[in-house]
Each structure stands twice: as C-alpha cells, then as structure tokens.
Design a protein around this ligand. Structure first.
Ligand SMILES: [Ca+2]
Length: 260
C-alpha cells in the first residue's frame, strides 16, 4: 500500500498596508514601523520519518522572520490541527483523535505580520497510542545480497528480533528499500512477515513490490494475535529475475509498531 497525499499550500497574498503614507498632521516624515518584506523561515525540529507519536505531542518549531511571526500552524493531512502564537513555538497536537496505526503527513506553516507564509515539507508519522514502538534487539536496518552463484533455490533472508514486553494483536511495519543506482528493477520479489519463537506463527504479505525509496507497509493482525516475548520480523528475497541480480544488494530500513 502506498500512501499518497496532496498538500495544498495556500499563499495568502499580503496586502501590505502603506502605513503613514497619507497621514496628515503630526507624526513627521519618517515612519518608524518596519515594513515586512521577507517570507518567514520555518523548520520542524523533533519529527522524523515514520516516527511514532502519541498522546498530546508537542511539535517543536523554529520560525523566524525579518519582522515578526504572527502564528505557527500544524497541518495534519493538509488541515490545520493546532497552532501557536508564542515563541518558542511548540504546537500541542492531540493525536488521540486519530486511529492507532494511522500514517499521516504533518507539516508546519508560519505566517508573518504581513500574512506571508512558509511551510515545511510534510513528514509521515504513525499514531501509536495503544501500543509501542518496536525496538529491535539488533539493528533496524541492513543489507540483503543475492549471491553471485544464486541459482533460484538458495534462501536469501534476514530476521530481526525484538523482545515484546506484552502480547499484541497487531503489528504494523514500514520498510524502506534503497536500491543502488544501475541495478535492474527488483519487481515483486519479496516475502515479508512477522512471527514469534518458538511457534513461528507467521503472517505474510507475499511478493511485495520493491521500489527505491517507496515504503512497503504491512499490517499484520493474525487470529489469536502475538504473544509477548521473542518476536521476529523477516524478509525472504526472491527476485523474479535472479540472473539480473547476481551479486546485487538491497538496503532496507524497518519501522515497526505493536498494538494492544
Ligand atoms: Ca516577513
């Protein structure tokens, strides 16, 4: 499943008031109020791709301007969800209104005293209120390689373990692949799944499509759920065109969440 979104940027055209130009009487020739000429600058400082967020999450924002920031707004899926007018700008966002496991784009927008705006690129985050972020006991990223003598029968797989503190009914995983430049397309060549030891109950999304930088999202809710304890996530790489990938490597990065 690919998550797509449309970001609508509304540029408020600043109708800058020509303060003082037509004033008569007292006041003198020099206008001491600074004209707001520059767009604001804005960054979102404590959010990374596929971060899990919960409760009332404070989005930390740095917003600067040549004259002054009037407001900073948080946009969730393109809609204003919260705002702040006081520097330092930490926007409090109540994430509990969204369903667990939702993957939503968030961005922040600054508006200056002349209604000029600036907005960050959206970043996808995951709503995790009734659950937890999976902390793998080894790495959350790595490389899988097709052997130079691959004949289509060898297993090319990886397993990543975590020690689940409690049972879970659902595991949501997002895997990002990195394909080196010049490699042939990998196509739909990966089995992906989760399980637990020693029973190895598994749920598979078979033969998912592997694209560079495009996330593979899998949502596993097996009957009976997952027990606590040793859990694993695995990939089996089975290229549909193995002769084009002899010796090739595929980088990956996993983000995973368990829900009660
Ligand atoms: Ca400005």
């Amino acid at each position: 499943m690919k998550t797509k979104w449309i970001v609508t940027m509304v540029f408020a055209i600043a109708a800058a008031a020509a303060i003082g130009c037509d004033e008569e009487g007292s006041g003198g020739p020099n206008d001491t109020e600074q004209e707001d000429l520059e767009n604001p600058a804005i960054t979102m400082d404590n959010v990374v791709l596929y971060q899990g967020v919960s409760g009332t999450f404070g989005v930390e924002v740095t917003a600067t301007d040549d004259v002054g920031i009037a407001t900073v707004e948080l946009l969730v899926d393109g809609e204003v969800a919260a705002s702040s007018t006081a520097d330092p700008f930490t926007v409090s966002w109540d994430t509990t209104a969204l369903a667990d496991g939702s993957i939503v784009p968030i961005s922040v927008r600054a508006t200056d005293t002349a209604d000029k705006t600036a907005e960050t690129e959206p970043v996808l985050v995951v709503i995790v209120n009734n659950g937890y972020v999976v902390e793998f006991t080894d790495e959350f990223s790595g490389t899988m390689s097709i052997p130079a003598d691959y004949d289509g029968t060898q297993e090319v797989d990886v397993k990543h373990h975590w020690n689940a503190p409690s049972a879970a009914s659902r595991i949501l995983g997002i895997v990002l692949f990195t394909i080196e430049e010049g490699q042939a397309e990998w196509g739909t060549g990966l089995d992906i799944g989760t399980g637990y030891c020693p029973d190895s109950g598994v749920s598979l999304d078979s033969m998912v499509e592997i694209l560079d930088g495009s996330p593979v999202v899998f949502d596993s809710q097996p009957e009976g759920g997952y027990p606590g304890g040793d859990q694993m996530m695995f990939f089996h790489l089975r290229p549909v065109n193995p002769t084009e990938h002899l010796g090739d490597s595929l980088g990956y990065e996993i983000h995973a969440y368990a829900f009660n």
